[in-house]
Design a protein around this ligand. Structure first.
Ligand code: ZN
Length: 292
């Protein structure tokens, strides 16, 4: 199933995007127990997902909305954690001229960075070196700690496209990357959370980033240094992972900063992150906000 969050009547509701991709079923209109938010839904585990499936069967016209009339938000509008992994693709480490990491490189983004599909990535006034990083986003479904490798993927609720937008000049100001990754709007994600049962192998997903006709990143998640399962085992040995936590698993080669000349995002462009079997995340780029 493709789970979505969307704004309606002043609330953020949860829904399911239908097979044809044209209709959103407002789950809370059919089943009161699903009049809730994504984190609570995922916290209900498999029972809640089974209830969603049964609810779909009895969704009448009143609960169906054309996708074109719905404003999707990020599938998880306010994740408890956004944990990002740096340098997790062999070819990306090579293009950055850096050795393969011995342990996962972990940094964070905060809730202010989250935007949904079609919401703008805003170039801040203080930088012109804003770069895209197309990534496989993993959404946690359970409350887990110390998960052994063979069970790691059981904690995954689903997958979505993620763009780890980065201000490269801020990234090179120090050894810590968080500041360069934490501008408002720098974590577009979505459009839908595709449940884990529909993704046969997270290490075999094609990832492509395009702007207009330009194909900027094109890779497969089989180039990851640390697999999704290994990342979950590593992270859960440190911290409790909770429903709705997002892990951005790193970007492949082809980022703007490694190009000659560097290729920065410009207002008016639309960035697309396409993951095979998972969906395409599209975000326009706009200039800095004007404060009066
Ligand atoms: Zn990244």
């Amino acid at each position: 199933m493709r789970l979505v969050s969307f704004r309606e009547d002043g609330r953020v509701a949860v829904g399911v995007l239908t097979e044809d991709g044209e209709t959103v079923v407002d789950l809370g209109r059919v089943e009161q127990r699903l009049d809730t938010d994504m984190i609570s839904l995922l916290g209900g585990g498999q029972d809640a997902l089974d209830l969603v499936a049964r609810t779909l069967d009895r969704a009448d016209l009143l609960a169906r909305r054309p996708l074109s009339s719905v404003r999707l938000t990020a599938p998880v509008p306010r994740p408890g954690k956004i944990i990002c992994i740096g340098l997790n693709y062999r070819q990306h480490a090579a293009e950055m001229g850096l050795p393969l990491p011995e342990y996962p490189v972990v940094f964070a983004k905060f809730g202010n960075t989250v935007v949904g599909p079609h919401e703008p990535i805003v170039i801040p006034a203080v930088t012109e070196q804003v770069d895209y990083e197309g990534e496989l986003g993993v959404v946690i479904g359970g409350r887990v700690r110390d998960l052994p490798l063979p069970r790691a993927l059981t904690s995954v609720a689903g997958y979505m496209a993620f763009n780890d937008v980065t201000a490269r000049d801020y990234q090179s100001r120090g050894s810590q990357w968080t500041i360069s990754k934490s501008f408002d709007t720098f974590a577009p994600m979505g459009p839908a959370l595709v449940t884990a049962d529909e993704v046969e192998d997270p290490q075999n997903v094609d990832l492509e980033v395009t702007i207009g006709d330009e194909v900027l990143q094109s890779a497969n998640t089989d180039d990851m240094i640390f697999t999704v399962a290994e990342l979950i085992t590593y992270l859960s040995s440190v911290m409790t992972l909770e429903p709705g936590d997002v892990i951005a698993t790193g970007t492949p080669s082809g980022v703007g900063t490694s190009r000659t000349p560097p290729r920065w995002l410009r207002p008016g462009e639309v960035v697309k992150v396409k993951l095979s079997g998972i969906g395409t995340l599209e975000n326009p780029v706009t200039g800095p906000p004007r404060y009066v």
